[in-house]
Design a protein around this ligand. Structure first.
Ligand code: ADP
Ligand code: MG
Length: 259
């Protein structure tokens, strides 16, 4: 079977563990995200959600278990029973297929919205300037910011900046998008416009893992909700079911605080 067969999950974690010194942050996490699915990852602060995303995106290495994206081990090559660390260039290539959006937008302040979106594809020579520019304009239109293409981040609201950050991640044509509390730093009235863009992206078929406290989004958009606490998956399932009928005490306690 080809590793790129369409029934290969986009993300597969098998008993993934990660520790910082004696602090075990991820304790044998196993989960799958199918192609075109949205998984919402929720849980209290410190439960390991960001660390899990960072492991998928090559920002951390795991201590035990296996992690695959699109059928390929993250950061490693397998040959028979032997596993080798990837050459950094190969790992960088693998990482380019994954888009990530953080709580803080991290746009370059001295570049316009358009320049921010064009930067990475331009550096990687993904096309000539004119085609990259028209592609970037399309992405800005997709996040509702075509008219603001020449604005600098300082002249955009937090919600607009986050939408530019999403367009910038999409410019690399990722096969997987990771969102780490993308609306947590926003004023409440700006949250909706960002969630709307994310919902549109989900509806277009993008595979997404979203760490969020927005339970309305999880219920509406996610295919699966995973509740993590203390580095373990406590409960997972259909979002509406988990939210309305949590089975575990820890899930109930958490949901009573955020709902
Ligand atoms: P969450 O995103 O669910 O709030 P994190 O993954 O950020 O949780 O953190 C989980 C635990 O890992 C916390 O105890 C945190 O202090 C610890 N941690 C996170 N990153 C590091 C790091 N780079 N070095 C040491 N400890 C870390
Ligand atoms: Mg976090």
């Amino acid at each position: 079977m080809s590793v790129h067969a369409t029934d290969t999950p986009m993300v597969r974690a098998e008993a993934v563990s990660k520790a910082y010194g004696s602090n075990e942050v991820l304790k044998s996490i196993s989960l799958e995200v199918q192609r075109g699915e949205v998984l919402c990852l929720v849980g209290p602060s410190g439960s390991g959600k960001s660390t899990f995303l960072r492991c998928i995106n090559h920002l951390e290495t795991i201590n035990a278990g296996r992690l695959w994206v699109d059928g390929e081990l993250v950061g490693y090559r397998q040959s028979g029973d032997k596993i080798y660390e990837m050459h950094p260039k190969e790992a960088a290539k693998q990482r380019r297929d994954i888009g990530m959006v953080f709580q803080r937008f991290n746009l370059f302040p001295h570049m316009t919205a358009l320049e921010n979106v064009m930067l990475a594809p331009n550096l990687l020579k993904k096309g000539d300037k004119a085609s990259l520019q028209s592609r970037a304009m399309e992405l800005l239109a997709r996040v509702g910011l075509a008219e603001r293409y020449d604005y600098y981040p300082a002249h955009l609201s937090g919600g607009q900046q986050q939408r530019v950050a999403i367009a910038r991640a999409l410019a690399m044509e990722p096969k997987l998008m990771l969102f780490d509390e993308p609306t947590s730093a926003l004023d409440p009235e700006l949250v909706g416009e960002v969630l709307e863009v994310m919902q549109g992206l989900a509806e277009s078929g993008m595979t997404m893992i979203v760490v969020t406290h927005e339970m309305g989004f999880a219920r509406e958009v996610a295919d699966e909700l995973v509740f993590m606490d203390g580095g373990v998956v406590v409960e997972a399932g259909d979002p509406a079911e988990v939210l309305s009928n949590p089975q575990r005490e820890r899930t109930k306690a958490f949901l009573s605080k955020v709902l």
